[in-house]
Design a protein around this ligand. Structure first.
Ligand SMILES: [Zn+2]
Length: 160
C-alpha cells in the first residue's frame, strides 16, 4: 500500500489550502486528505470556509444576536469553540461557483470526514452540518487552560 503525504498535496482550491494552513498542525494532513478525497472519490468539491478563529473573532460572533445586531450564529463563547484552537473547520460543497448549504450530499461528505476521525457537527443536537472537528480527547476547558497558561507552539496549544 502506498501512503500519500497529503500535507504536500494541493486541493482543487487555493482558498481551502490557505485555510487548512491555519489549522492546528496535528489536523492539517487529515483536513487536506478530506478535501482531496472528497473530490477524487465522491466528485464533490469542498471548500473550507472557516478554520482557525481567534478568541476576538469568536467573541464578535457570539455577540451577534445578543449585544450586537443580527441573528445568533453560535452558542460558543471565546475559548469554547474548537475553531479557537485550530482543531475545527467548516466546509461547503462548491458547484458551478456556488456554495450549496442545503445539500443532499451532506451524509456522503460526513461519512468520509468521520472515516478520517473527525467528529461531525451534523450529529449534534444543535445541528451544524458544515462543521468538522478533532478533540484528541481534550475538552475545550482544558484547551483554554493550556492556551491561557501559555503552553503553546505559536498560535497553537501543545497537544502532548
Ligand atoms: Zn464550525
Amino acid at each position: 500500500m502506498s501512503t500519500i503525504n497529503y500535507l504536500k498535496e494541493k486541493t482543487w482550491d487555493i482558498i481551502s489550502d490557505r485555510r487548512i494552513n491555519t489549522l492546528h498542525p496535528n489536523i492539517r494532513a487529515k483536513a487536506k486528505e478530506f478535501i482531496v478525497r472528497a473530490e477524487k472519490e465522491l466528485g464533490i468539491k469542498l471548500r473550507v470556509t472557516s478554520g482557525l478563529r481567534t478568541w476576538e473573532e469568536q467573541t464578535r460572533l457570539y455577540n451577534k444576536g445578543r449585544s450586537a445586531p443580527g441573528k445568533r450564529v453560535t452558542n460558543a463563547k471565546a475559548g469554547q469553540s474548537y475553531h479557537n484552537y485550530g482543531l475545527a473547520f467548516d466546509v461547503v460543497e462548491i458547484k458551478n461557483g456556488r456554495a450549496i448549504w442545503k445539500n443532499p450530499n451532506w451524509n456522503k461528505i460526513a461519512r468520509l470526514g468521520k472515516s478520517l476521525g473527525f467528529e461531525w457537527g451534523g450529529d449534534w443536537r444543535n445541528v451544524d452540518k458544515p462543521h468538522f472537528q478533532m478533540r484528541f480527547g481534550i475538552h475545550h476547558t482544558t484547551l483554554a487552560e493550556l492556551y491561557q497558561s501559555g503552553q503553546k507552539d505559536g498560535a497553537y496549544v501543545k497537544l502532548a
